[in-house]
Structure formats: C-alpha cells, structure tokens
Design a binder for this molecule. Structure first.
Ligand code: NOJ
Ligand code: CA
Length: 561
C-alpha cells in the first residue's frame, strides 16, 4: 500500500460535535450548513480529516447515540443531500471525513425495535436485541445484575401486547438505547450494508462507538464482584466489556473496508485501560486505530505520562499499529479544566467526569498553560491524534451550567447525582462580544442549545485569530510544522535523559520535544538545538520553564544543512 493510502498513520483528525460546532439556519443547534460554512476554518487550522459525531435521525436522548435510522440525517442537522455536499466539499479541501458508527445499540424508536416490541417473545424480530424473561416470582426481577453506564439497572421490562408485564431487554446505556445481539447474522449484515451505504457516498471511515461492548458472555452471567475497569495490570474476564469475541466482528469489517480501492478506515472507542488489550483491536486484520484513553487519563506528572506513552508505543509496535493520541472528547472534562487541578492523594483515580473535578481547587491559568504544553507533547508523539473542537481555542469545561439546562441523560438517570457531560459540549464561540458569539447567523436571535459563558468573549476564534501567543495560533503553527517536518507523524521516538519532572525525546531526522511538567528549575534544551515553537515563552537563555513544552531542531539536522 502506498504511503498516501496509509494517511491515517499520521493523521490529525478534528472531532466535530455537530450540535455545538456551528449553526447555519439559526435555531441554536449546530448543523451541516454551519459546518460547511466553516470548512475553510478547518482547512486553515491544518487538520487532515474530520470525525463527525452521529448525525443520523435520532430522538436525541443521548446526543444522537440513539440512532433511529442510520441512513437518514436528522432534520435538526439537515438533509442527506447536504451531507453529500459536505463530503464532496471536504474532499475538495483535502479533508477526509469519518462518521460515527454506533453498533452496540439502536434507538428504541428504530423500526427494528418497534417491530421487536410488537412481534412478541421468541420472534425473529426480538432476536435482533437481547430480550430475556425476568428472574424471581413472575419474572419481576431483571435477568441479571448488569448496570447501565448512566446509572440504574441495564434492563427494562416491556408490556406485552396483551397488556401484561413481559420480557426484559438489555441496555448498557439509557433505556432508550436497546442493545443489539451481535450473534445474530442479520444484525451483522445490516451494519455491513449501512457501512457500504456511507462508503459509496465517499465517507473515508468510521469511529466505532463502544467498540469493547458488542460481545456479551453466553448465558449473560452476573457481573458479581468483578471490578471494572480492572485494577492496573490485572485483566479480568468481564461478561460484557472487552470480550475476545468482539475481534471476530472487526475482522469481518476490515475485510469490507479493504475491498475499496482507497481503503476505508476505522478507529475504535474502546475503554479497556490496558495497552496490551487495546492493541488487540488494532491487529493487522482488525481496526486501523484505537483512541489511547490511558494518555488522556494520565495525570500531569512526567513519570506517569512517560509510562503511559511507553506502554502504548510498545504494545502498538508489537502489532505494527500506530498509536492514536487524544486529550479530550465530548465525554470527558476538557483538559484545561482537568489540568487545572492537582490530583488529590486522598481520592486517587483519573479526573474523567465533571463530578471528579468539581470538589478540587482549580487554577484555570495553570490549566490552560498545561493544556497548551500537552498539545505540543501530543502532536510530537509518533502516530496520529484527535483534536476535539474548541481544544484549539483553549476552551475550559463549563462547570456551572444551571440544572435546568442539563441534557445529558446521565443527569436524570443518576437521580441528579452526576451532572454529566454537557459542560464540554457548549457551542463554540466564533466571534463577537456576547452570546451566541457567532455560533448562529447574526440576523437570528436563536439561543444556543446550551448557554455559553460571558467570559468566552476572550476565547472566540475572531479574538484569537492572528493574535500572537493565542492558543489558536499555537495550534495552527504546530500543525503547519508537523505537516512539513519529516520527523513528525508516523515513526519512532528515542527518549533523552531529562531531569525529574520533565520529558525529552528526539524524533529523526533532527527534531526534539522537551516538556517541563514539574521540574522547578527551567530545563535546558539539547546543545545546539534551535527552538521551533514553544507553548509559552522560554527563559532568555532558551530553557523550558515549568508547565511548558518546546519543539526544537537538533544540531544533527543543523549540521546536515
Ligand atoms: C460513547 C459515546 O461517545 C457517548 O457519547 C455515548 O453516550 C455512549 N458511547 C453510548 O453510545
Ligand atoms: Ca441549526
């Protein structure tokens, strides 16, 4: 395969949470029209591809991850012909387009589920999903002890056509998201056809939602005392996460993707926490890439980051795959706000959800400084990376959304104990000094679907455009350098000695990255090296202050010139 066809091994992919990116028709909800208007922005930013979160027809009980029709666009986002135009225009600008495939579950409004409900127990229509009789007297207890990711039991009981309480169906997420049964060949076939449908329209690949959840243990045994995620280093067999049987599905998909002359690609969303387990998803005949959430979850601590990077490089090299780095997405607290907190030794564990960070004191300026340094670290590592919309603006998590604005199903399903993920989904500020900050067209009075903080007037694209030192310009320059520099993207890394609290590595030819995460004294750059870009100013003698990263060209390249 030519290098051009292996583009994904070095790609920078920009994540579009379409509801919150740009509103073209003035109803306060982002849409395809808005995205089309902003393609030149993405081109200028310098990314290689877009990943668009689900835009299919959906009742939006879980931000579109409850799909009612995979081959139709939700009317709030536009039409299929607008989607086709978007794909075409992106390609004209040199941007690939990835969509989001949600194979673990459908919406309870999907025709298949409606059919399953009316067809009754034991029918082929029910065999698309995981229906079981209940336990206990008259089947009044759920079939097993599995819990929904959003809180509460993972089972909901249906009323049969005769009006009596009947079977239960499984939903690892909201009750409106019934799980599919992947042992059913009809389910497999349906998804292959859906993929072909979009591939024929020119789509370059899919991000796979809950890629570690499709296979369920035969007999659906109780979870019992199994702890998930497993304690570091100790993999445990779990009845519905990361089961070996999922890989067979991905082999089938890879064969399908490889049928195309310009092969289509997959990236897995698999929360498996162990890099050896993660690497199994990216074996040569399976998926192309898998988000490295271990890196996202690592605290701002040099040793922890280095361990995470090393484990990833090692496990991926063993299967000849490239790592895929990511600092945040639409499910996690934005990194500016995570890094604003020091991990609390009394409550160890990653800062992933809003409730994990809310109790900890925050230093927002420090968070931004670290996030900028983390961006240079990430973009210098071997492999590809994803940028979540707004990351390039240094947007923080919105931590104080009013209760009545919250829309994440987790808020209700947890009985208001978890505030959920809305804080990282607030619409992007483009321009102007007041909400909606150019998110909707000027002549409309639409309110954005989640309120934007007034302080975001400082963070708009317009405010940061051409502004020396802005986070947007940092990303633009870093991406431009990455595009040109032969050492960056796919390849290898060699660690350099560095003082405690710092990371330093070279990439050949002629490149090094130095990150001072917590060393009190500024860290020197290699002898003879020349700074290319720094996340914040270096000392006058070119040393790297705390919470700062720098890219340099090393002496070797200088002497070659
Ligand atoms: C992961 C998605 O990223 C998240 O937003 C969604 O709620 C779940 N999967 C369920 O589809
Ligand atoms: Ca709209």
């Amino acid at each position: 395969m030519t290098e051009a066809l292996r583009w994904w091994r070095s790609a920078i992919v920009y994540q579009i949470y379409i509801r919150s990116f740009a509103d073209g028709n003035g109803d306060g909800i982002g849409d395809i029209a808005g995205l089309r208007n902003r393609l030149p922005y993405l081109r200028r930013l310098g990314v290689d591809a877009l990943w668009i979160n689900p835009w299919y027809r959906s009742p939006m009980r879980d931000g579109g991850y409850d799909v009612a029709d995979f081959r139709a666009i939700d009317p709030s986002f536009g039409t299929l012909s607008e989607a086709e135009a978007l794909i075409r225009e992106s390609h004209e600008l040199g941007l690939r387009v990835l969509l989001d495939l949600v194979p673990n579950h459908l919406s309870d409004q999907h025709a298949r589920f409606l059919q399953a409900l009316s067809a009754g127990p034991g029918s082929p229509a029910r065999a698309w999903f995981i229906f079981r009789d209940g336990r206990g007297q008259a089947g009044a207890e759920p079939p097993n002890d599995w819990r929904s990711n959003f809180g509460g039991p993972a089972w909901t009981r249906v009323t049969e056509r005769d009006g009596r309480p009947g079977q239960w169906y499984l939903h690892l997420f909201a009750p409106e998201q019934p799980d599919l049964d992947w042992t059913n060949p009809r389910v497999r076939n349906e998804f292959s056809e859906t993929m072909r449908f979009w591939f024929e329209l020119g789509v370059d690949g899919f991000r796979i939602d809950v890629a570690h959840g499709l296979a369920k243990a035969e007999g659906l045994p109780d979870v019992g005392g199994i702890v998930w995620p497993p304690v570091a280093g100790a993999w445990v067999e779990h009845p519905h996460w990361d089961r070996d049987e999922v890989h067979e599905i991905y082999r089938e998909w890879r064969a399908l993707a490889d049928e195309y002359e310009d092969p289509r690609v997959f990236v897995a969303e698999a929360w498996v926490h162990d890099s050896e387990r993660l690497a199994r998803y990216v074996r040569a005949d399976e998926l192309h890439a898998a988000f490295n959430f271990d890196f996202l979850l690592a605290p701002w601590e040099a040793e922890a980051m280095r361990r995470s990077i090393e484990a990833t490089l090692r496990s991926h090299a063993a299967v000849d795959a490239v790592p895929t780095w990511v600092l945040s997405n639409h499910d996690t607290v934005r990194e500016v706000s995570r890094y604003a907190r020091e991990p609390d030794p009394a409550h160890p564990g990653p800062l992933l959800k809003l409730d994990d960070v809310l109790a900890l004191p925050a230093d927002p300026a420090l968070g931004l400084r670290r996030a900028r340094a983390a961006a240079l670290l990430m973009l210098a590592l071997p492999g590809g990376a994803y940028i979540y919309q707004g990351e390039e603006l240094g947007l923080p998590e919105v931590e104080d959304l009013p209760d009545e604005a919250l829309q994440d199903p987790g808020w209700e399903l947890s009985g208001h104990s978890e505030r959920g993920r809305d804080g990282c989904r607030v619409p992007i500020p483009w321009s102007g000094t007041a909400a909606p900050f150019g998110f909707s067209p000027r002549d409309t009075n639409a309110e954005p679907w989640l309120p934007q903080p007034a302080a975001w007037r400082e963070l708009t694209v317009a405010a940061q455009d051409a502004e020396e030192g802005s986070t947007l310009e940092l990303y633009r320059r870093a991406l431009a350098i990455r595009r040109e520099h032969p050492a960056l993207g796919d390849g290898e890394l060699t660690w350099l000695p560095a003082p405690a609290g710092a990371l330093a590595f070279t990439r050949e030819p002629g490149f090094a990255c130095i990150v001072n995460m917590s060393a009190d004294d500024p860290v020197p750059i290699p002898r003879g090296a020349v700074p290319l870009i720094a996340s914040d100013p270096l000392t006058h003698d070119h040393r790297v202050p705390p919470d700062t990263a720098v890219w340099v060209t090393t002496a070797r390249e200088e002497s070659r010139k």
